[in-house]
Design a protein around this ligand. Sequence first.
Ligand code: 9MR
Ligand code: ZN
Length: 552
Amino acid sequence: MAEHELNKSPLRCFNTSIFVNQAGYLPNSKKIATITSSAKSFCVIDENGNKIFTGDTTYFGKDKYSQDSVYFADFSKVTECGRYRIELDNGDKSLSFEISDKVYDKTLYDLIRAFYFLRCGCELKEENAGEYTHPECHTSKAVLWDDHSQELDVSGGWHDAGDYGRYVTAACCALSHLLYACKLFPDVLDKLQLNIPESGNATPDMLNECRYELEWMLKMQRNDGGVYHKVTTALHAPFIMPQDDKEQLYVFSVSSIATADLSAICALASGIYKKYDEEFAQKLYKASMSAYSWLEANPNFVEFRNPNGNNTGPYWESDDTDNRFWASCEMFSLTGDIKYHDDIKRLISKEFSLSDLGYGSVGGFGSMAYLFSGKENLDDEISSAMKSAIRSKAQQLRDYSDNCGYRVAMTELDYCWGSNMILMKQGMNFALADIISNDNNYYSYACSQFDYLLGVNATGYSYVSGTGDFCVNYPHLRPAHADGIERCMPGMVSGGPNRRPCPNDMEVTGFGSDVPPMKSFMDDVGCYSLNEITIYWNSPTVFTLCYILSNK
Ligand code: 9MR
Ligand code: ZN
């Protein structure tokens, strides 16, 4: 890999009008740069300055969410491996990028290892973590928020995000993206070595990493099957290293969304881990069953809200139908038992999305469970409802992409807190539409969402730390700041532009209300509504990239 300038001194400005995917392009992929200066023609130059391709730009027009007037430079015909730049007839040059079969290998490795860097409750050793080591953290016993006399060991798992909380529904969402990536793209993930402590055992490293989270989650289940919503300190820690966060840990009350999500994810995981560790698969199955029984005994929504005195993530939801549905679908997929199928039939008649893939709305995971169950006796009506939800969403997203100067399927409202999660969920949706319809026209759309993430966007940033010459380096992530190391650990996906930054971030950025949604971003550690990281922003990115690599 070429020596990136960021390694020496972080770039803080972006002064080209040509926006490329900074990791680069797979040889056979569509390759389209977005240009914001008027240029009629462009060329692709190699490292020696030789022109290896020339072409005319095409004018797109004014892009709505950046307010940029943009041109496209299509250089898809360049397929030869190498490192290149785009040069315009006005002399402007792009950042360099590569064309090769391996352009995303490091990014994928980094994106998954980001979960390792977020491990809680264990030491991060130099042999795995390089310079980003720290001693074990958050290993003291937690107490129940509602009854301080009850102590629990709930150590382990991943820190959720920039904060040190560990939240069950958020974790289940991230695990779902990652485990489905394992299930659907074994060609990409089965052999991938990640240099984590478990590497070298007979299990794929992606599953080793997910198991770290699953083992923690099993500790969040009560004897009666109910699952505690979260474990955090009462208030978010200041910007200190995790081992220095010594405040009392609290386990908060059981919610039906956490219980249903755990039931779902443990059923999914049980099917996947069976091949590698029968005993662990059994344990997961039992946890799933017992959570399911709890749901049956508690048919009404059991809400979670932050109690007074607690300001960590609420992950509040107003309904649990989609969560129960997901659990039924996973249990059916695992066991084939008609009892779960009856539950699916009953729940699917209610109002919720069959294509959503996020923590707040998990119906799409249920569809995945059902459609990829491998069962022969699927109900046609149910399957078609699921497929048409996924397909019609993908068709809509295709239109959005076609109408965007940066070729992404994002509406104004999508530029919200964690917009890059929405972006990558659109990538997932294209992937699923391709898989269920066997229509690879969706492929290039998944790729263009990814191009945006890595630089084809109105700020020019690669939103993945460590990928590209102009990438985010100052995310709102406690250890990344408190470790004193200038360069952020690689593989962290920034939340990205947010058209409505929180008041703190309005003040830090000085943005007025006239900043276009796609430009409402700053790579600043203080900006938590713009530049935080979370496990469930990395996870759909991993899924989308695995799909891209599996079909390259
Ligand atoms: O992504 C969440 C955003 O939509 C909310 O407005 C915000 C405030 O409640 O919380 C965000 O979620 C955070 C969670 O509560 C705690 N971990 C980090 C999450 C991302 O910022
Ligand atoms: Zn920790």
